[in-house]
Design a protein around this ligand. Structure first.
Ligand code: 13P
Length: 286
């Protein structure tokens, strides 16, 4: 059905309205992507892939990643979205759009407010002319390697008034927030700032995004969906799921160095994980 890749805005505005979210599943290979798309199809949900610079390189460039996502789209009856994740340079975003991405993220969150606005607005102007939706980020999302005190971590979180100004001044379609999640494994008990999210969602009406989905307490994720979160990015858990299954299977009798044996259980586990997360995120509509 849906051969062309779709833009994220088309689906996330509806998601915000009806209080559900899509999982943003990091795309690595065709076979892996197809496994998760089959789950999306089973549940009747759009398939959303996110892909960062490193994974694009792993694919051998933007065009190959787009070709893989398009081939998956030809094989399922649900819309397929390929979203550039944490792209930091305008030139890389331009290349992704030229290759066929219909959805991009510009992450200029490392810069101070005005420069973040300027860099994000430049991408919005370019992308919108091409019918491409844009996610911006305000506030810093900590990495698991950072050792921060509670106060330092909270100081990096998104300010509700700034979020309102950022959305207005940049014209972004979607906004990524920092509300206590981290990229990678949590090295301390996660403390998700739902009161802050509530304040932001009262001031900002565009779809909101939570990064660092792996290991984030599911009851907090379910609650966040009620306050405007429409996308939850997932990467680390996927690597762990595949890594564990492929390691375990090699210790089993009869493994025989068959590639089918190597990945069969991994893909089964990925499908179960994806279904579990998709159901959690869309619990208000499924
Ligand atoms: P995790 O690796 O914590 O799942 O975060 C993924 C992410 O937010 C990518 O943008």
């Amino acid at each position: 059905m849906s051969k062309e890749l779709r833009s994220l805005k088309e689906y996330l505005e509806d998601a915000r309205e009806r209080k559900y979210a899509l999982g943003g599943f990091c795309l690595w290979t065709y076979a892996y992507g197809r496994t998760i798309a089959d789950v999306a199809q089973k549940l009747g949900l759009p398939m959303l892939y996110i892909i960062g610079d490193a994974e694009v390189k792993f694919f051998g460039g933007e065009k190959n990643a787009v070709a893989a996502a398009r081939t998956i789209a030809e094989n399922v009856d649900v819309p397929v979205i390929l979203h550039a994740d944490h792209f930091r340079e305008f030139e890389n975003i331009k290349r992704a759009i030229e290759a066929g991405f219909k959805s991009v993220m510009i992450d200029a969150s490392a810069y101070e407010f005005n420069e973040n606005v300027e860099r994000t607005a430049k991408v919005v102007e370019y992308a919108h002319k091409a019918g491409v939706s844009v996610e911006g980020e305000l506030g810093r999302i900590a990495g698991c390697e950072q050792k921060l005190s509670v106060d330092e971590a909270e100081a990096m979180q998104t300010d509700p008034d700034e979020a309102k100004r950022f959305a207005e001044q940049t014209g972004v379609d979607i906004l990524a927030l920092s509300i206590g999640t981290v990229h990678g494994e949590y090295r301390f008990p996660p403390k998700i700032n739902i009161p802050r999210l509530k304040k932001i969602s009262e001031k900002v009406s565009i779809p909101l995004v939570m990064h660092g989905g792996s290991g984030t307490p599911e009851e907090k994720v379910a609650e966040a969906v009620n306050y405007g979160i429409t996308k939850l990015n997932l990467a680390t858990d996927l690597v762990k799921t595949v890594g564990k299954a492929t390691a375990d299977v090699q210790t089993k009798e009869g493994f025989g160095y068959s590639v089918v044996n190597l990945y069969a259980k991994a893909y089964e586990d990925l499908a179960s994980y994806a279904e579990h997360k998709m159901r959690l995120l869309a619990h208000n509509i499924l």
